[in-house]
Design a protein around this ligand. Structure first.
Ligand code: GLU
Length: 444
């Protein structure tokens, strides 16, 4: 079994690409096959090395490892051979219409309420007419001659599918400037590199109709299995491409979210499984099933990534998180992590609590008399599990304050914050010296 993830290096990877990569990856890891990373860079004008490097960085960060790599721009000779075979078989023919001429034909067809399908006028050109176009300086583009029959396949996700090639224009495979469009190289590579399953978004269903016939022409009948899943849409139902910049993998990484927050969402979005934080890829592999993917567009909401990220943090072990704590200069030990992890909406929030524990922070004192009394009752260290309750019991007995009236002024004086982790834990971590200084109103 071999699958491929085939991004074009003409932009940054975004959440829509992630879902394609992940579904291929989960499927092939479940079955023990090969994951091919194919760089679709036939558009040499728009493809860049920087985008290509970005794709590798993003996949590596996500943990979506690949077993093999191919690059289309290194394979033009293979495509040329396929082109020549198709021309020899009479299945690839030169066309000389300009973009304006084609547009005019389309408009005429539409005004007659006919489908705007290419009329194949070029098939009737004589050699003399072609020579005349060439003499004018026109260069041909090349179209693949569809059979006009119905193409059928059993889609891994959509079930029985048919595409009526009679309702389609013969696809252009090669542009006037000789550049290959995506359609032919993709099929040639799938054949040549032994791809067994093509899993991609449903924007490619019509392509599959045409590509199935190209497979037929090149192999005499063998073609991969196909699976097409619904596209992602924004929370408001519009396509994601409009806001794609903010939904790039790079920007998610820069926001500090964990890769598994992204993958947990992408593995389950639009499926019958509940979306929940999963802290390892193996669990996602085990639960993957094409049968669970629904037919409706999947709604993507960036808030869901943040929610899952917070869920992952709330359950993260100290050992697993230690390197990230160290990178932020916030590794204050396991007790610290266990005390604060439940209060993090995002990982970077940990630096606030590291500062609360280590100082300096400015205490917030609204009731100086109350806090002065508390200072007089502050136990000497070292503090343990019981120190906070014995301290607050003593303050309560001396002042009569209870509930919020007791705890809020103490929390604000000791942490400078109105909310946060349990005071019992923070109190131990802050320790007697800093607690005394803060209750005395000093920045510490
Ligand atoms: N480079 C193509 C794309 O990004 C690949 C499509 C396919 O999976 O066949 O749309």
């Amino acid at each position: 079994m071999k699958v491929r993830f085939a991004p074009s290096p003409t932009g940054k990877l975004h959440v829509g690409n992630v879902i394609t990569a992940l579904r291929n990856w989960l499927f092939v890891r479940q079955h023990g096959g090969t994951f091919l990373l194919r760089i679709d860079d036939t558009d040499t004008a728009r493809s860049t090395k920087a985008y290509e490097d970005g794709i590798r960085t993003d996949l590596t960060w996500l943990g979506l490892t690949w077993d093999e790599e191919a690059r289309q721009s290194a394979r033009f000779d293979v495509y040329d051979k396929a082109r020549d075979r198709l021309i020899a078989a009479g299945l690839l023919y030169p066309c000389y219409e300009t973009a304006e001429e084609l547009d005019r034909k389309r408009k005429i067809a539409l005004s007659r309420k006919l489908p705007p399908v290419y009329d194949r006028a070029a098939l009737a050109l004589t050699d003399a007419e072609k020579a005349a176009f060439e003499a004018e300086g026109r260069k041909p583009h090349w179209r693949f001659k569809l059979s006009g029959k119905r193409v059928a396949w059993k889609d891994l996700i959509r079930g029985e599918q048919t595409v009526d090639t009679a309702s389609m224009s013969d696809p252009v495979l090669i542009r006037e400037d000789g550049a290959y469009l995506y359609t032919l190289p993709s099929v040639v590579d799938d054949v040549d590199l032994g791809v067994t399953h093509v899993i991609r978004g449903e924007d490619h269903v019509t392509n599959t109709g045409a590509q199935a016939e190209i497979f037929e022409a090149l192999t005499g009948g063998t073609r991969p299995e196909f699976g097409h899943f619904p596209l992602l849409v924004g929370a408001d139902g519009e396509t994601l491409s409009k806001r794609i910049g903010s939904l790039s993998v790079e920007s998610l990484r820069e926001q500090g979210v964990a890769p598994l927050a992204v993958l947990s969402l992408m593995a389950r979005i639009g499926t019958s499984d509940p979306v929940e934080a999963v802290d390892n890829l193996d669990a996602l592999v085990a639960g993957f099933d094409f049968g669970k993917i629904g037919r409706a567009p999947a709604r993507f909401d960036p808030e869901d990534v943040r929610r899952l990220d917070a869920q992952l943090l709330q359950h993260a072990d100290y050992a697993a998180i230690k390197p990230r704590l160290a990178a932020l200069d916030c590794d204050l030990g396991e007790a610290f992590w266990l005390a604060v992890r439940g209060n993090l909406a995002k990982f970077d929030d940990v630096s606030l609590w590291a500062r609360v524990v280590q100082g300096p922070i400015e205490p917030q004192i609204d009731e100086p008399d109350f806090i002065a009394t508390a200072l007089g009752l502050l136990p000497t260290g070292p503090y343990d599990e019981t120190s906070w309750s014995s301290f607050t019991e003593a303050v309560k007995a001396a002042t009569g304050a209870k509930g919020k009236g007791l705890f809020m002024p103490l929390r604000k004086a000791l942490t400078g914050q109105e909310h946060g982790p349990e005071m019992k834990s923070l109190f131990m971590l802050i320790g007697p010296d800093r607690a005394a200084a803060r209750l005395a109103g000093t920045t510490a």
